[in-house]
Design a binder for this molecule. Structure first.
Ligand SMILES: [Zn+2]
Length: 290
């Protein structure tokens, strides 16, 4: 979708409400409080009056857009801009593009990233898993502090470990770790991967003994330069890492560790929907569930 089309289709509050009602209720409003399907439309507003419990509600109850005074066309435009910014868009830029103050820009980005979290899915089939470290550009303050404490600047201690799991020709899930070790990695893999999956990893010790849990565990010994055995390789996840690192260069100083998981959710969502026309609709739909 192009931006002109977006403005034409969702340029008014009415158009946005109609779209959300269609996505959420398919034309039949359901009371969020008592689940009754009998209601009457309140005149001159977007609210419905429940005939069972007498509450009034709109499609926004229980969504990320509830309790904001921001017009819905701005929410829609914010989602559009975030989806279309390949390397991400700063909340300040978002605020400028939407004509809102910087706090609102920050709030919008945070809530929309929450709707991009598709954490509930289970991966299956051939699944590549790999860990990497994100970050590394120390600012001066940290550098001085580290020197003072005698840390090795070239070490990994200032980087954040991240675990990625990607279904071959499917979706990716990325998780921030406290530490890249088996104690943390294994429970995540057991939770996110179906037992029937074939897991593919390198020889890192954190993946040890997972063969008995999944239907297969193919370990590629990268240190012995074994990168591929037939269909088994980790090129897909490595491709995602290089894309992610290119995107982060030049803007990582704005992503604190607290926001890294949100940022990764955004990048994963965009990767998962990169060639799909339903990215925007999916994001709208997800935003109704929160
Ligand atoms: Zn009700």
């Amino acid at each position: 979708m192009e931006i002109l089309e977006l403005v034409k289709k969702y340029g008014t509050q009415e158009q946005c409400i109609a779209k959300l009602e269609e996505l959420k209720w398919k034309g039949k409003p359901v009371c969020p409080y008592c689940k009754s399907e009998t209601s009457s439309k309140r005149k001159g507003s977007f609210r419905h009056q429940c005939r069972s419990c007498n509450a009034s509600y709109s499609v926004l109850v229980g969504t990320i857009m509830e309790s904001t005074k921001l017009p819905l066309p701005k929410w829609f435009l914010a989602m559009f801009l975030i989806i279309n910014a390949k390397k991400g868009i700063s909340s300040l830029q978002l605020a400028r593009d939407l004509g809102v103050n910087k706090n609102t820009g920050w709030y919008l980005q945070k809530r929309i990233r929450q709707a991009m979290n598709e954490d509930d899915q289970i991966l299956n089939g051939l699944v590549e898993a790999d860990e990497t470290y994100i970050g590394g550009s120390l600012n001066n303050k940290h550098e001085k502090l580290k020197k003072k404490r005698g840390y090795n600047i070239s070490g990994m201690e200032h980087k954040t470990p991240v675990l990625g799991m990607i279904e071959r020709k499917g979706k990716i899930v990325v998780k921030v770790l406290n530490k890249a070790w088996g104690q943390e990695i294994k429970p995540i893999l057991k939770e996110k991967l179906a037992k029937e999956s074939e897991l593919i990893t390198d020889g890192f010790g954190g993946y040890k003994d997972l063969g008995k849990y999944f239907s297969n565990h193919v370990i590629l010994n990268h240190t012995k330069k074994i990168r591929k055995i037939g269909i088994y390789h980790t090129n897909t996840i490595e491709g995602f890492w290089s894309m992610l690192k290119r995107a982060i260069i030049g803007q990582y100083h704005k992503i604190s560790n607290n926001h890294l998981q949100d940022y990764l959710n955004e990048m994963a969502f965009k990767y998962n929907y990169r060639n799909r026309k339903d990215a925007f609709n999916t994001l709208l739909f997800n935003s109704l569930k929160i």
